[in-house]
Design a protein around this ligand. Structure first.
Ligand SMILES: [Zn+2]
Length: 212
């Protein structure tokens, strides 16, 4: 299987697809946010360095982030991986190419702003961690407002406020244009329309990453 760099606007269902890739093909999901938190929690020298940077309100440098990703890639010993949350800038994309071999594809999960807002407005979560969507037949709970798994009442997330979401969505589009062009020029970009059934989306992604 080919490795994956996911580029996806908020609400595109990246988490769901990552989970399916994990279950079906044994992908390792590498989220740079999780990596940083894990490094800090480990109490390693590098973790302390990261903690100092973040505590001061600064961003972890690209160089340091690349080192952390590199060590994670060594740890997973050749298993296929999904890179999530990185790269975000052109400089990061170029640095990343310095440590990846050619065996990856970039997958852009395309969802219009209008459809993304619709999804957000229907989103409900349970305190057990399960999420649902009233605007998607496949993701509705069996009983309205009640969690299928634990029976608790579902709630709407605070950050699912449409206005704030639109700002986040537009920022995402502005910030990723340069990455889209970069991977397009390298012939690594695949655009997947995600305003569809999750199994159809998964089939498309599977086809892109299959080694044939
Ligand atoms: Zn629940």
């Amino acid at each position: 299987m080919k490795n994956i760099i996911f580029i996806a606007p908020p609400a595109a269902g990246k988490g769901t697809q990552s989970q399916m890739l994990k279950e079906k093909y044994g992908y390792v999901h590498i989220s740079t946010g999780d990596l940083l938190r894990a490094e800090i929690a480990s109490g390693s020298e590098l973790g302390c360095e990261v903690k100092n940077i973040i505590d001061k309100g600064n961003l972890v440098s690209d160089e340091l982030m690349i080192d952390i990703i590199k060590s994670k890639l060594t740890e997973i010993k050749g298993k296929p991986f999904i890179l999530d949350g990185f790269p975000r800038t052109l400089n990061q994309a170029e640095s990343l190419d310095g440590i990846l071999d050619d065996n990856y594809e970039t997958i852009y999960l395309e969802l219009s702003r209008e459809d993304a807002v619709k999804r957000i407005e229907g989103r409900l979560t349970c305190s057990c961690g399960k999420s649902y969507n009233m605007n998607d037949e496949a993701l509705k709970p069996k009983v309205a407002g009640i969690c299928d798994i634990c029976g608790k009442e579902l709630v709407k997330r605070d950050d699912d406020n449409a206005q704030a979401f639109i700002v986040r969505y537009d920022n995402f589009l502005n910030n990723t244009k340069v990455l889209i062009d970069y991977y397009k020029n390298k012939n690594k970009l695949h655009i997947v329309d995600v305003n569809r059934n999750i199994n159809d989306i998964f089939e498309d992604i599977s086809r892109i990453v299959a080694n044939d």
